[in-house]
Design a protein around this ligand. Structure first.
Ligand SMILES: [Zn+2]
Length: 148
């Protein structure tokens, strides 16, 4: 399994959807510093640097922290914002929170299973939903269809 952002992660599973309640202290020991900063401290990766920004392979996107299913590649679209963008999320995979940090009014997107920060959602996306899920590449793990 290609999973280089975490070492010996006992909480990672693509089949177990049971809610996790893991302290940040514990996550800090498991996750890479880059993933920890974004997933647990809501940092944002630099625009145009993420591995999935310019990427259009067919498959599924999972939470890099816990393996929860988040997006399907068919809902990914090419956006000029600098981060991988989707018009629709797995409704069982994510939840939302109002975020007023950095002097902005935004909607934060979090993983339903492990409560990790994934990115933000905006209402300037394409049809059919009109939504733009602006995600951090590092929070995502892509699995191509051919390997499943
Ligand atoms: Zn997760």
């Amino acid at each position: 399994m290609e999973h280089n952002q975490a070492k010996n992660n006992p909480h990672y599973s693509r089949t177990n959807t049971a809610k996790l309640d893991i302290s940040n202290e514990e996550w800090k020991k498991i996750l890479s510093p880059e993933l920890y900063a974004i997933a647990r401290e809501a940092a944002t990766e630099r625009a145009f640097t993420g591995k999935y920004n310019e990427f259009d392979e067919v498959g599924e996107y999972y939470c890099a922290v816990c393996g929860n299913h988040l997006f399907r590649s068919t809902s990914k679209f090419s956006s000029s914002c600098g981060w991988p963008s989707f018009f629709e999320a797995d409704k069982d995979g994510v939840y939302y929170k109002r975020d007023t940090t950095h002097g902005m009014e935004r909607i934060e997107v979090l993983c339903k299973r492990c409560d990790s920060h994934l990115g933000h959602v905006f209402n300037d996306g394409p049809e059919p939903t009109g939504m733009r899920y602006c995600m951090n590449s590092i929070s995502l793990e892509f699995v191509p269809d051919v390997q499943q």
